[in-house]
Design a protein around this ligand. Structure first.
Ligand code: VTB
Ligand code: MG
Ligand code: MG
Length: 328
């Protein structure tokens, strides 16, 4: 236990710990709203329900919040756009990254692993990426020394180094990869190396978290590219639970490079570590919509609604699983 930190003025908890429960309320409420749309085949309606509920609940919290990773730019969406102020305005100045419905297709099809997810940081703590940016990502557990894998090396080199560091044959390494045509080459490399691959249909925030929780999940490494917002959200979680991750933005059009430059990203080829993606004091909250490997989904009971949330704080390195019953 690091209780002595409470007294450590050099390392203050800038985000008051009661904010963790407030963030749970926000992701819970959005998950309940999205749950109505499980299996209805309407991704847009599910997303909108989650967004509206999340915004409404944020506005009850005593923060002076600013969305830095949202649903899109201000001209692209009505709510939770980049730059939008959320909260009562009466509290601390914080930056917020949201994915109100991470895995919208999963929710619309009522398949496992759709979640509501957000991260909060001190002003300036979160890398400001755009909704449609992509990121190359690599992640492994905290048990390995830094530099065991490197995003600039090939997948073959990385899994070889990982197997050596773990002291197991390659056949005992499991990689988690988004199931996308763009990963055909990566998959080919992993198959040739003899690695076991767990293919994800969506939801790589949870995918990265699984890769660092090897003891619980059996997954050793996350490889491949996915949404950049999901990369920052995953990094926020890793600040709280440990683990190595590197991200490299894929700014493959002049528009994307221009937007990134505007948001303070000077070097489009920079490799980001966990603390470059999410710095300072950070909170992370995720509530399940459908049942999943990270958290259970929303349960609709006759008189009540049950939610499952995982909430983390970087300062105290605490992870809490909060099962809540809400009156109907
Ligand atoms: C991932 C995943 C999301 O998009 O970031 C992925 O976490 C990005 O790749 O759940 P694609 O655009 O190819 O899907 C999702 O699958 C959907 O937002
Ligand atoms: Mg989304
Ligand atoms: Mg998403």
């Amino acid at each position: 236990m690091k209780l002595s930190k409470v007294e450590d003025a050099r390392n203050p908890a800038h985000l008051h710990r009661t904010l963790a429960l407030e963030m749970v309320r926000v992701t819970e409420r959005a998950a309940i709203a999205a749950a109505e749309w499980r299996g209805k085949g309407d991704e847009k309606a599910a997303d909108e329900a989650a967004v509206a509920a999340m915004k409404a609940e944020f506005d009850r919290v005593a923060i002076s919040g600013r969305i830095v990773i949202g649903e899109g730019e201000q001209y692209e969406c009505d709510q939770l756009y980049v730059g939008q102020k959320v909260g009562t305005g009466a509290g601390p100045e914080v930056d917020i990254a949201v994915d109100p419905l991470e895995g919208v297709t999963l929710c619309a099809k009522n398949q496992p692993d759709s979640i509501v997810v957000l991260a909060m940081a001190e002003r300036g703590g979160l890398l400001n990426v755009a909704r449609n940016d992509y990121m190359h990502k690599i992640a492994i557990g905290a048990a390995y020394p830094p530099g065991t894998v490197d995003i600039e090396r090939s997948a073959t080199e990385n899994v070889t180094a990982l197997a050596a560091a773990k002291g197991v044959p390659m056949s005992e390494i499991t990689a988690i990869v988004l199931d996308r045509p763009r990963h055909a080459g990566l998959l080919e490399e992993l198959r040739t190396a003899g690695v076991s691959v767990k293919l994800l249909s969506d939801g790589d925030v949870a995918g990265v978290i699984h890769a660092v929780n090897t003891e619980d999940t059996g997954v050793d490494i996350y490889l491949g590219s996915g949404g950049a917002p999901e990369g920052v959200l995953a990094a926020a979680a890793l600040r709280c639970i440990g683990g190595h991750m590197q991200g490299k933005l894929i700014l493959d059009t002049p528009d994307k490079r221009a937007r990134a430059r505007e948001m303070g990203i000077a070097d489009p080829n920079r490799v980001y570590d966990v603390a470059d993606l999410a710095a300072g004091d950070v909170l992370f909250s995720a509530t399940g919509i459908t049942d999943g490997s990270l958290v259970d989904g929303v349960r609709l009971r006759r008189d009540s609604i049950e939610t499952s949330t995982v909430v983390m704080r970087s300062w105290s390195q605490t992870t809490r699983w909060i099962r809540a019953r809400h009156a109907r």
